[in-house]
Design a protein around this ligand. Structure first.
Ligand code: ATP
Ligand code: MG
Length: 277
């Protein structure tokens, strides 16, 4: 048994876990398949009446791997199982927010945050806000939350809200998906760690957590072994969903990362890009 398998088996015995597969590469269907959910281009929640709407085409969202919108994608079933597990756990905890992190960059945190968020927004009684808390100048191979997943170019976001440069309501975006709002990261920062751990962040988290009671808030965080930012976030967001990438995250990385995450509630582990059944 590989080191990762051992570490993972141990973690899995302690926390609920789910596998997410990588769909096989195939041509993107250019025309929406009959029976597919259409992507509504309107806001449904009157509370978001001031929210900017930036609709993205159906095909683009599929290319950007927002598979939760497409029922014929096999991974959609796994995302739905993950959704049930996470919602059950949150209900037990009486919580409506959690963060997603992993040991290293590129293991699928943003993919999971967005697909899970979109899937939760499809539940009848839930609205979702996904917050990009990756505020540092990104590595070259980093996929940007707003630009690469939602194809929206934005200049302002969480970083600007925390610095008092824009109001939260002006930074929120509805990407044309029913009941889903996103808060992009905004201007890159050198002092992201300080801002994420600041009283401004604490107030913002309290505000967005309490404003709408049926809203689930997902914080897409950076990697635990890459910088101290996720730890700043755990001061205010205690529930953590942890992503492990099959064949990439090592057992040592997993152990190190879990050891560093103290004073948190681990709500589950995701084995991402899994090829085993
Ligand atoms: N299960 C999956 N199936 C297919 N593609 C995936 C899957 N998980 C992640 N990816 C793709 O892998 C790439 C990296 O994923 P992602 O951006 O979510 O990683 P990350 O952990 O957020 O990285 P970073 O630490 O740089 O923010 C993206 O192109 C994403 O679409
Ligand atoms: Mg990311």
């Amino acid at each position: 048994m590989s080191k990762l398998k051992k570490a993972l088996e141990k973690a899995k015995s302690e926390y609920p876990s789910i596998q997410l597969h990588t769909p096989e590469k195939r041509e993107v269907t250019p025309i929406p398949v009959p029976g597919e959910p259409s992507v509504p281009r309107r806001e449904v929640n009157v509370n978001y009446s001031n929210t900017k709407v930036r609709p993205v085409s159906h095909d683009q969202l599929r290319q950007n791997k927002i598979f939760a919108l497409f029922s014929q994608e096999k991974v959609n079933d796994q995302i739905k199982t993950l959704r049930s597990q996470v919602l059950n756990k949150l209900k037990k905890l009486g919580a409506n927010d959690f963060m997603i992190t992993s040991a290293n960059p590129g293991e699928g945190k943003t993919f999971t945050s967005i697909n899970l968020g979109v899937s939760i927004a499809q539940e009848l009684d839930k609205t979702v806000l996904i917050v990009d808390t990756d505020l540092k100048n990104p590595a070259k191979d980093h996929y940007d939350f707003a630009k690469d997943f939602f194809s929206v170019d934005v200049e302002t976001g969480l970083a600007d809200v925390l610095q008092g440069k824009v109001d939260l309501n002006d930074a929120l975006i509805n990407p044309g998906i029913d009941k889903l709002t996103i808060l992009p990261g905004g201007t890159y920062l050198h002092n992201s760690s300080e801002l994420l751990g600041s009283p401004q962040m604490e107030r913002l988290v309290k505000d967005i957590r309490s404003r709408y009671k049926d809203r689930i808030v997902i914080f897409d965080a950076p990697a635990v072994l890459a910088c101290s930012d996720p730890f700043q976030l755990t001061k205010f967001v205690k529930n953590v969903l942890f992503v492990v990438e099959e064949d990439k995250t090592t057992g040592d990385d997993l152990r190190k990362a879990l050891k560093l995450l103290t004073d948190i509630e681990m709500i589950g582990m995701v084995l991402n890009k899994s090829r085993t059944n």
